[in-house]
Design a protein. Structure first.
Length: 363
């Protein structure tokens, strides 16, 4: 089975299914459908973005005991990263770790076990997780899909069980000023200076951590003045407009406080717009399904599977918003969204057997 998983993973990596590229998204789902031809599925599409839902109990089922959730979209990469290869026991290529190899394992797991399980099992395959997941997992949830427990094949866990993750808040800060010749700054109001004062205030309250820490962080991801994209930008003019994007990753305990806190840190002449805000992913660490996964995983890995909190978001948060429990759980790898992305090949086989033993242990 490991060779089949590895072969499918390579085939999936070879398709440049960058999130938002519809043609490639359709192509990669067609590859998944070929592997699962014997099972009924429901196709979904929201804003032209496709996703699939496989069920072992027919197409009309919406409530499942377990949902296996995987995404086959990736972030942009150089063309060479879509040519997978093996090196030192690792599979390298864009999406190898995030999350095409784990997705391949889930596809074969469903293919092998779905007919044998008495309870309703779903396999959810999406193509927009890297853009937020609202048109894939989110849309399927809007259409009524629910699960007692969701397992997302997300990267970053490395055989830890992620029961909680920070949420993501994206805000735009806008400062308006007054234009003047830059040699006469007293005649104008520099929008950059106005915005800089707010950013300084925010970073004093949320200083960038020097090392990993599970606390709220703020990152500046973009800053520009009006007309900056145009070639005729004047360098001797006081800018009357400046905006910045902040990517805020906040811990669940601050979900009802974070917006008001940021607003309190705005300085005069700066306003804030919320572009994106999500419900944090939270599942009780003592959840019975988590305990079972730990029990079945320990003999295979010869160690206890730790239960941890994570910094990045995943589609599991969309299930948290409707009261469904879930976790992130994936094989060993590194360098998601970066060059030299890889997944450990041996861990793929272990991942498959852990999930198989878990599903077979349920009634």
């Amino acid at each position: 089975m490991n060779n089949q998983i590895l072969t499918l993973a390579k085939d999936l990596i070879a398709i440049p299914s960058v999130s938002g590229e519809i043609e490639e998204s359709v192509a990669i789902l067609e590859l998944a459908k070929k592997q699962l031809a014997e099972y009924p599925f429901t196709p979904f599409a929201s804003n032209s973005i496709p996703s699939l839902l496989y069920s072992n109990k027919g197409k009309d089922i919406k409530d499942f005991k377990i949902i296996l959730n995987t995404h086959l979209d990736v972030v942009p990469a150089d063309e060479q990263q879509f040519h997978p290869f093996e090196r030192d026991g690792k599979l390298l290529g864009r999406g190898s770790y995030d999350t095409k190899a784990a997705g391949a394992a889930m596809i074969f797991l469903f293919k092998e076990l779905a007919h044998t399980l008495a309870y309703p099992l779903a396999l959810q395959i999406t193509t927009d997780e890297e853009m937020g997941g609202e048109n894939g997992t989110g849309y399927q949830i809007e259409r009524g899909i629910r699960g007692d427990f969701v397992i997302a094949s997300e990267c970053g866990s490395n055989f830890s069980i992620v029961h909680e993750a920070k949420s993501r808040l994206v805000v735009k800060l806008i400062a308006n000023g007054k234009t003047s010749h830059s040699a006469y700054p007293w005649l104008g109001e520099n929008a950059i200076w106005k915005l800089q004062q707010t950013i300084h205030s925010i970073l004093q309250h949320y200083p960038p951590p020097a090392e990993e820490a599970y606390r709220t962080t703020v990152n500046i991801t973009r800053m520009q003045t009006q007309g900056e994209e145009k070639s005729e930008v004047a360098y001797n003019r006081t800018p009357d407009y400046c905006e910045a994007l902040l990517d805020v990753r906040y811990v669940p305990a601050e979900k009802d406080l974070i917006v008001a806190q940021l607003q309190s840190l705005l300085t005069e002449g700066v306003e804030m717009q919320i572009l994106h805000n999500t419900v944090p992913h939270q599942t009780d660490a003592n959840n019975s399904y988590i305990k079972i996964l730990q029990e079945v995983g320990a003999p295979i890995l010869r160690k206890k599977l730790p239960v941890i909190k994570q910094h990045a978001t995943s589609d599991v948060r969309l299930y948290s918003a409707v009261g469904c429990d879930g976790i992130e759980f994936g094989p060993i790898g590194k360098n998601q969204h970066a060059e030299e992305e890889w997944v450990d090949i041996k861990s793929l086989e272990q991942y498959y057997h852990i999930l198989k033993t878990f599903l077979l242990s349920l009634k």
